[in-house]
Design a protein around this ligand. Structure first.
Ligand code: FES
Length: 143
């Protein structure tokens, strides 16, 4: 089976893609995109935000808040690997933190936490933060 030309081709192609990815993205981006943190829907969120960026990718963020603290977070996205990584990192940065702190997270801070993003993916961070802000606004609006 190891000599199957098709399987060999698929493996070579995957190795090539992995190689390209590791040249392009930081190890943190690759790690977060392969094993995203808190990805999935939430049954009973206090607030939810959804946004679609100009590239057509969208994100959904769910927050559960008690006494000004974000006790639970989750997200969904149909976006690229970088968007998945950005959402994952944003969950880590907001979970168990205050609402005030969540409002203060900047695009620069998010990109830094990911060890950087290629310029063509910086808008993925903007998409995630816009989605978070919509969820936080819904929170203030009562749902
Ligand atoms: Fe558009 Fe990631 S490529 S949000």
């Amino acid at each position: 089976m190891g000599d199957d030309p098709l399987l060999r081709y698929v493996k070579e192609l995957q190795d090539h893609i992995d190689d390209e990815d590791s040249r392009h993205y930081s190890s943190t981006v690759l790690k977060e995109s392969k094993a995203p943190y808190r990805m999935g829907p939430m049954a009973d969120p206090t607030a939810r935000g959804w946004w679609q960026g100009p590239c057509g990718d969208s994100m959904d963020i769910f927050l559960k808040v008690e006494g000004g603290v974000i006790v639970d977070v989750s997200y969904l996205t149909d976006g690229c690997g970088a968007t998945t990584a950005v959402g994952s990192m944003l969950m880590r940065m907001t979970e168990k933190g205050t609402v005030e702190r969540a409002w203060s997270i900047t695009e620069h801070e998010l990109i830094e936490a990911l060890g950087g993003l290629p310029p063509e993916n910086e808008h993925c961070a903007e998409l995630a933060l816009t989605t978070l802000h919509i969820a936080l606004e819904h929170l203030e609006g009562g749902g």
